[in-house]
Design a binder for this molecule. Structure first.
Ligand SMILES: O=C(O)CCc1c2[nH]c(c1CC(=O)O)Cc1[nH]c(c(CC(=O)O)c1CCC(=O)O)Cc1[nH]c(c(CC(=O)O)c1CCC(=O)O)Cc1[nH]c(c(CC(=O)O)c1CCC(=O)O)C2
Length: 372
């Protein structure tokens, strides 16, 4: 249905705060969005999910668009993120991924030995395999009517590699890390396959209408500095460079890119030199320390502890104030330091969003009055 929708002629943007913040431009209030903002903490999502499996929702552009719009219709958020998952890439490469109740993602046939790489559909046609994501993006851009920008996303190569080997979530990632020590060459081979698919996937998302891109390196924290620099960082860097080059070749305007390496404070300096406009921060690093490491020109995103949303509204206000006073209102996008948990009260999300806007607006107005 959305195949007939234009991928170039979209309704004009009415709220460009997040794009301005990503580029380091002035804002009249700090933008905020929430990782996993469409999902299980919303009763309307649970209702829809009770009738369809997770991947049925993701693979149906109409339903993915509806889910993406749920938090936008509820809260005064400054961005939408397309409803999907990082694990659609292993699926595009031919792996079966199931979402099991109370267990999460599960791969019935994970990669066990390097010979298993032969099973992957390495030259997969991203446009064909993941066409439903691009359709959902185009449909959502039109449905948004320019209310807020739409973010596209992908998992980073190391994080996806670890899922494909572990076969699901893992506290240690020991099976995947064993590959890095035992089979470094084949690990690089797999990381290159993933990188090529991710680049095409992100480029197509922008061509379909995504206005920012986030790359999730969710499993950064289980690597040490040496392993990260060898097996994760080079691919993160290639992605930002090649996505920009490919968009230029296709004469499509580049969009700001966000890198979020969870628990990756030990590589912040390297990430700050990786050509992403925005660095996502989890809650384990002090804002001032991150600034010292990365300098003043990059934009930060984060870093409220997702559990802060269990606090009382008064305490949440105090935490929002503290976060804004430490990050400042320039070069900053408010967000959690990881995805929102399923048992959070949506009322607290509304409170956080409204408080970030109110407090930052007051800070900006106060500074303008003192400089005038
Ligand atoms: O809001 C939106 O529109 C997009 C939401 C979104 C979903 N997955 C991701 C996003 C983007 C975003 O975070 O805003 C991306 C994502 N999927 C997984 C990870 C790794 C991780 O969580 O460590 C990421 C990156 C996010 C990050 O680092 O914060 C992998 C994953 N996918 C699902 C699970 C199970 C779960 O219970 O959460 C996991 C983690 C498994 C593990 O390793 O422990 C399934 C899933 N993906 C999304 C949803 C909706 C929701 O959050 O409620 C779900 C739950 C599915 C269900 O059971 O209904 C959407």
């Amino acid at each position: 249905m959305s195949a007939q929708l234009s991928t170039t002629d979209f309704p004009p943007l009415k709220n460009d705060l997040i794009i301005r913040a990503a580029k380091g431009e002035s804002v009249d209030r700090v933008p905020i969005w929430i990782m996993r903002q469409a999902g299980r903490y919303l009763p309307e999502f649970r209702e829809m999910r009770s009738k369809q499996s997770f991947f049925e929702l993701v693979q149906n552009p109409q339903l993915a668009c509806e889910v993406t719009m749920m938090p936008i219709n509820r809260f005064d958020l400054d961005a939408a993120i397309i409803f999907s998952d990082i694990l659609v890439i292993p699926q595009a490469l031919g792996m079966v991924v199931e979402m099991l109740p109370s267990k999460g993602p599960s791969f019935p046939s994970p990669l066990i030995v390097p010979a298993d790489l032969a099973k992957l559909n390495k030259d997969c046609d991203v446009k064909k395999e993941l066409g439903y994501v691009f359709e959902a993006i185009t449909l959502t851009r039109h449905t948004l009517q320019g209310r807020v920008p739409l973010i596209g996303f992908s998992g980073a190569p190391w994080t996806l590699m670890s899922y494909m080997i572990e076969g699901g979530g893992s506290n240690t990632q020991s099976k995947a890390k064993a590959w890095l020590y035992k089979y470094p060459e084949e690990s690089h081979e797999l990381l290159k396959i993933l990188t090529n698919v991710i680049i095409d996937y992100l480029v197509e998302q922008v061509c379909a209408g995504a206005q920012l891109l986030q790359v999730f390196e969710s499993h950064a924290g289980c690597l040490d500095h040496t392993l990260f620099v060898k097996f994760a960082l080079p691919y993160i860097r290639v992605i930002s460079k090649r996505v920009r080059d490919k968009l230029k070749e296709r004469k499509v305007a580049c969009v700001p890119m966000i890198i979020f390496a969870k628990d990756g404070h030990f590589v912040l300096e390297e990430l700050s030199q990786s050509h992403y406009e925005v660095i996502g921060l989890d809650w384990t690093i002090k804002p001032q320390q991150a600034r010292r490491i990365c300098g003043d020109t990059l934009t930060f995103q984060g870093n409220l502890d997702p559990c802060a949303l269990y606090a009382s509204k008064d305490d949440l206000t105090k935490m929002a104030k503290d976060m804004l006073s430490k990050f400042g209102y320039k070069n900053y996008i408010a967000n959690l330091g990881h995805g929102i948990y399923p048992d959070i009260d949506p009322e607290n999300v509304k409170h956080l969003v409204d408080q970030v806007h109110k407090i930052s607006q007051e800070m900006i107005q106060k500074d303008q009055t003192t400089t005038n």
